[in-house]
Structure formats: C-alpha cells, structure tokens
Design a binder for this molecule. Structure first.
Ligand code: LMR
Length: 332
C-alpha cells in the first residue's frame, strides 16, 4: 500500500521542557495516528541550538518508523517552510509570583515575527496552535501578523485546563476520569477561566447532582482549576511540561478527527457566539464535523453565574489585547 505524504509540523521552543515532552509523542504517531508519517521542523533560538542537536539525536535514536525528516533551525523562514501545523510552544515561561499576563511585554513581539514568518512560508492551509503564554493574546498577535491565513486556522490551548477540571471532578466524585464529560473551560487561559461545572456530566448524571456541595464547586473547584498552573510552578519549581505537551497532543488530534462524542475546549476566533466579543481568541466548546471543519457547539445553557464569569474572563482578554496591541503598534 502506498504510504501517506508526511504531515510537516513546526515546533518552536523545540529543545525546551514542553518540546522535549512533545516531540517524541508526535514522532511516535500519537498525534496524527499510527499510519501517518510526520516531518518535524524544530525551531529554537540561537542559544538553544546545541541542546536541539541533542534532542534531534535522541529522536534519531528512537528509530521511529513514521518520522521522515528532522529540520533543525533558528531561522523562522526555514522553520515554517511548507508546514501543515505550527505549534508555537516556545516563550519565556512565568516564574513564581508572576501571572501569565505579566509575560505579554516579554513574549508579545516574538509572536509578531512568528505570525509573519508563518504567513510568508507555511502552506496556506496551515493550522497554528499557540501554547506560549499568555496564549490567547499571543495567538491573536500571531493571527493579526498573518493576514493571508484565515482566522479560523488559529487556536490557543485550554485543553490542559479541561483535563485538569475533569480530574478534579472525578476525584471529588470518586469515579474514573473517563466518566466526566461535557466540561467546557470558557474564556482566557488565566485564573479567570471558567470551567463550567453546571453543564458537566458524571456518567449520565449532571455533575451538580453527583457533587451536591455547591460551595465546593464555586469556592474550591473553580479556583483550583484556574490556579493549577501556579500550583505546579510552586511544587515543581518550573511550569507544567509533560501535562502541557499531553494537552497539545489531545488538542491537535481532536482538531484533526471528526468528533464522535464529547466536545472539547479550544480557544478560537469568536464570531460573537454566546455573547463573547467578536475578534477575540477565547475558549469555547468545539466539535469537528465529518469533513474536518470545526464549529462552536450551539445550545449550551449558561447560568447567570456562568455568564458573569465568562464575561469577566473575556473582559480580561479585551484588556490584554488593548495593552499588547498598544505596545506592539498593532491595530484591532
Ligand atoms: C499552565 O497552565 O500550567 C501553563 O500555562 C503554565 C503557566 O504559567 O501556568
């Protein structure tokens, strides 16, 4: 049987902690499937190139049958050349005492350069997933800097938050995490995000009928999910890496696969769905149809509490946009 053409994937920050946890999973077939060859364009800044060489050597040493080529570069034009996916992982991670938004000034301009390079070099069908924080606003910056690439090909990551939220509910209810479904994380990947426990299910039941302690849901669950990244930094002394890489695999795989069951949380361009401000990259429930096109799930009933929380998170995104676009001289 003739083998498929490889999917070419660019990964920025490829020698960083998330990159190290991610590349081997892509190359082994966990992202695109066991019969889909992949080519990896590994992008690093100049000081990371020596470590990148070591990572590439290890990829070679895995003898992955699906890995057709490894490009190592610090040149964005080379790195994004003809790619099908651009995974923008590299950025300065936050340290203890910082919020993700504190990284705006540091990381924002990096995403202007990457957006431009994607615009000029990637396939027109390229899909871009931003992981580097603050990921929603960085994604918006990259999207604005790539005017020839359709806005609906840009994504930022809240799947890590969805996975975190599902585990918290499962542990509270003493059930397997696979019992938890329909849990959308809305808004910004920041402590203001809203994991919507009202619409979540545990087995066939509403999560709120299984976990009847309303105060736990509002006062423990919501802040624990929103602050989980910070708790990891405090515990590990470094920001999440393996779980972030796992969420990248989950996000891309599910964006490439027609949805059979549950929706998933992805930050996408808003067209005003559910009252979200149009033009922002904000997290909503996403399904993928039979021909691979994503759409925002319609008809989710939001409580007043949920609406208030989601509006506050989107207001934070509007504020981040104003700050970042002002600093970078971008227009809305
Ligand atoms: C996370 O949620 O773990 C990452 O976005 C890293 C961070 O700074 O919180």
């Amino acid at each position: 049987m003739k083998s498929k053409a490889p999917i070419r994937v660019a990964v920025t920050g490829a020698a960083g902690n998330i990159g190290y946890a991610l590349l081997f999973r892509i190359a082994s077939g966990q992202m695109f499937g066991p019969d889909q060859p992949v080519a990896l364009n590994l992008i690093e800044i100049e000081p990371g190139m020596a470590a990148l060489k070591g990572v590439a050597m290890e990829l070679d040493d895995c003898a992955f049958p699906l890995l057709t080529e490894i490009v190592q570069t610090s040149d964005l034009a080379v790195g994004f050349k003809d790619v099908d996916w651009a995974l923008l992982v590299g950025s300065v991670p936050r340290k203890q005492g910082m919020e993700r938004a504190d990284l705006l000034g540091i990381n924002g301009k990096v995403f202007v350069g990457q957006g431009k390079a994607i615009n000029d070099n990637a396939k027109p069908s390229v899909r871009v997933l931003v992981v580097g924080n603050p990921c929603n606003t960085n994604c918006l910056i990259a999207m604005k800097s790539a005017p020839d690439i359709p806005n609906n090909q840009f994504f930022a990551m809240t799947r890590l938050d969805e996975n975190r939220a599902k585990t918290q509910l499962a542990q509270k209810a003493s059930v397997s995490v696979k019992e938890v479904s329909e849990l959308c994380v809305w808004g910004n990947h920041s402590p203001t995000m809203f994991p919507d426990f009202y619409n979540a299910k545990i087995g066939r039941l509403k999560a709120t009928d299984v976990i009847t302690d309303k105060a736990w849901l509002t006062d423990t669950f919501v802040p624990v999910v929103g602050q989980r990244g910070k708790a990891i930094i405090e515990a590990r002394g470094a920001s999440s890496a393996a779980s972030a890489a796992n969420a990248v695999v989950d996000t891309v795989r599910d964006l490439c696969t027609p949805t059979r069951g549950d929706f998933h949380s992805v930050c996408v361009i808003s067209n005003g769905e559910y009252g979200t401000p149009a033009g922002l990259i904000t997290s909503m429930p996403i399904k993928v149809d039979a021909i691979g096109k994503w759409r925002v799930v319609e008809g989710v009933n939001l409580t007043d509490y949920a609406k208030e929380k989601i509006a506050a998170s989107n207001q934070e995104l509007l504020d981040e946009r104003e700050m970042a676009f002002g600093q970078l001289g971008l227009s809305i």
